[in-house]
Design a protein around this ligand. Structure first.
Ligand SMILES: *[C@@H]1O[C@H](CO)[C@@H](O)[C@H](O)[C@H]1NC(C)=O
Ligand SMILES: *[C@@H]1O[C@H](CO)[C@@H](O)[C@H](O)[C@H]1NC(C)=O
Length: 287
């Protein structure tokens, strides 16, 4: 292995650490773990907050929004019911792979069990929660993420679009354009992880169109050779493409899988999903 390769492998995406206002607090956070309410656009809204048990204001944390799907709610994401793993399965991986526990999880609840984002009201909700948490907890402002399945993926896309620069990366699991995109297009580079089924999932052409906005904005090259070949139905597997040539710090990873609309796709014969691990790995590369 040449020194260049070693350097490339050894360097994570280093961001200039940007400690939030909460890092200067000398008192315990005012926003407690659990159910929190706030009013946005004259509507009462709520979210569930899950800071680490060992929270310390001396450590800048990651902040991860975990968004439910249509017909779901924030409590299912917390509890790991209704088809979700708890907080999208990340806390278990956080302990095993990183041994840091330096992540604060938030699960906001949508109106009418969805994320219609009428007039941008859900972007306002989530960016308001983000500001409140950054003021109260010690967060690295460059390490704020949003992940979701289905309508939750659509809403994560709406955040990348409607709140440029506020989210380091988004994780879109079987997403679409349902929550809209302020101004019609992505405005600045944002790292993106996406996954979508080739058999019975939502409109994959729309999901690929969203992916391609990130590919273009982040300056990645179109895949060539085997990476450009799309996955066949019936393969029983999944195919991961890590785009090349993207601007440093703004990678794009895209997985197509043989299957339909589920937050936890599995390869044929496999006991467990690969999804949580892949999204977590994508988010955890940012340090
Ligand atoms: C959180 O509080 C709101 C407002 O009181 C309530 O409507 C909602 O059901 C609560 N959620 C949970 C999971 O307790
Ligand atoms: C992380 O959390 C787990 C589970 O609560 C705990 O066993 C472990 O000691 C924690 N690790 C650190 C570094 O705080």
């Amino acid at each position: 292995m040449g020194w260049k390769t070693i350097l490339t492998l050894a360097l994570p995406f280093v961001s200039a650490l940007t400690p939030s206002k909460g890092c200067t607090k000398t008192t315990a956070p005012a926003i407690a773990s659990g159910n929190q309410t706030l009013t946005v656009n004259a509507k009462s809204r709520w979210y569930l907050l899950n800071p680490p048990k060992s929270y310390s204001a001396a450590v800048p944390h990651r902040l991860v929004f975990t968004l439910h799907a249509m017909g779901g709610n924030a409590d299912q994401v917390r509890a790991g019911t209704g088809g979700y793993l708890p907080w999208y399965g990340f806390p278990a991986l956080d302990v095993a792979s990183e041994a840091t526990n330096n992540t604060i999880y938030v699960s906001p609840n949508g109106l009418n069990a969805g994320w219609a984002n009428t007039g941008g009201e859900d972007v306002t909700l989530i960016t308001t929660i983000r500001s409140q948490i950054l003021a109260d907890y010690c967060v690295d402002e460059d390490l704020v993420f949003s992940v979701g399945f289905s309508y939750g993926a659509s809403m994560s896309w709406a955040l990348a679009c409607g709140a440029p620069g506020l989210f380091r990366a988004v994780g879109l699991q079987s997403g679409g354009a349902m929550s809209g995109c302020a101004g019609g297009a992505l405005k600045q580079p944002t790292a993106m992880y996406g996954q979508h089924g080739v058999d019975g999932d939502l409109n994959i052409a729309s999901a690929r169109g969203i992916r391609d906005q990130f590919v273009k904005m982040n300056g990645c090259a179109a895949p060539t050779g085997d990476e450009a070949v799309v996955l066949e139905k019936g393969s029983g597997t999944h195919k991961k493409v890590e785009y090349k040539g993207c601007q440093a710090g703004f990678p794009v990873t895209w997985i197509e899988y043989d299957g339909g609309h589920t937050p936890q796709p599995k390869d044929k014969g496999a006991a467990a999903t690969w999804a949580g691990e892949e999204v977590w790995k994508f988010f955890a590369q940012f340090k």
